[in-house]
Design a protein around this ligand. Structure first.
Ligand code: F6P
Length: 326
């Protein structure tokens, strides 16, 4: 294996709180180990358009507490083509980058896997997404912060829901996964969560209403995971308005505010540990793996498993939510 002297680092896909803490950890850990670091701006796009600068330890000073990503991010169409990846590879070789650390979600790690295989190039991934939908890690960078943001928002909506005795449908992000909705519901004491993972099996709304979730309460909060499978909060609210006209229904879509803000201590620590582990993995000749944390231990998860295997929501959490919402 060729000696690795210089690593490149980029963030890609949707930003997530804690990405900066990860950039800092990768950069400092690499420099600590005698490696050079190049920061690549705007994800894979910057790799193609050559937006690459030398990173020193000062480049990552004072960023651990910042949301977003100082490296910027993008979803790059060109990188999905062989021609785009060829260009990216040439730019990378010109900069004498010997290995890459990619921080991002599902799509970004899919790109990393293809690129690594195509050019037999060492890439290590860090799971950076609020969705928590990557297999092989208990948590992804940004998930805990987004969960806390959701909890704070729902606490506020609860004040008005209670005062007006209303039924609120609150839509949260998660792409095709219900982790944010389910755990957000438990954390905020919501009455129910409607998530894509079980939408195909039952009519969750009918079940909810039939079980009389408003029997003992005058106001209720239901978290809905955004997804074509759940139909989203708007559609569910419309259905309730038609079928149960006596309910005073409102909708709130939390949107991109879930992606912002200063990362929680949990996300900063997770990102710091994972960032340092990415450099250990590179020095250890690991290839095409995502860094995960399982049962508080660092693990290496092959890209293919991280992307292709389904991460299941814990069915016991649904049961807990149901029991606590009476
Ligand atoms: O993957 C992170 C995420 O925030 C998803 O939860 C959401 O579906 C998507 O990104 C939104 O993407 P965009 O910011 O490009 O609209």
């Amino acid at each position: 294996m060729a000696e690795i002297k210089t690593i490149g680092i980029l963030t890609s896909g949707g930003d997530a709180p804690g990405m900066n803490a990860a950039i800092r950890a990768v950069t400092r850990s690499a420099i600590f180990n005698g490696l050079k670091v190049k920061g690549i701006y705007r994800g894979y796009k910057g790799l193609i358009t050559d937006e690459i600068v030398d990173f020193r330890t000062q480049n990552v000073s004072n960023i651990i507490q910042m949301g977003g990503t100082i490296l910027k991010t993008a979803r790059c169409k060109e990188f999905t083509t062989p021609e785009g990846r060829q260009l990216a590879y040439e730019v990378m070789r010109r900069h004498e980058i010997d290995a890459l650390v990619v921080i991002g979600g599902d799509g970004s790690l899919t790109g990393a896997r293809i690129f690594a295989n195509e050019f037999n190039f060492p890439i290590v991934g860090l799971p950076g997404t609020i969705d928590n939908d990557l297999f092989g890690t208990d948590s992804t960078i940004g998930y805990d912060t987004a969960l806390n943001t959701i909890m704070e928002c729902v606490d506020k909506i609860r004040d008005t829901a209670t005062s007006h005795e209303r039924l609120f449908f609150i839509e949260v992000m998660g792409r095709d996964a219900g982790f944010l909705a389910l755990n957000g519901a438990i954390a905020s004491g919501a009455e129910a969560a409607i998530i894509p993972e079980i939408s195909t099996q039952v009519d969750q709304l009918a079940e909810l209403i039939e079980n009389g979730f408003r029997k003992s309460k005058n106001s209720s909060i239901v978290l809905v995971a955004e997804s074509p499978v759940t139909g989203g909060a708007m559609a569910l609210a419309e259905r309730v308005k038609n079928e149960y006209p006596s309910y005073d229904v409102r909708v709130s879509i939390l949107g991109h505010l879930q992606r912002g803000g200063s990362p929680t201590a949990y996300d900063r620590i997770l990102a710091s540990r994972m960032g340092a582990a990415a450099i250990d993995a590179i020095m250890d000749d690991q290839r095409n793996v995502m860094i995960g944390v399982r049962n508080d231990e660092i693990v290496y998860v092959p890209f293919t498993r991280a992307i292709k295997e389904e991460k299941h929501v814990n069915p016991r959490l649904l049961d807990t939510l149901r029991r606590l919402s009476i």
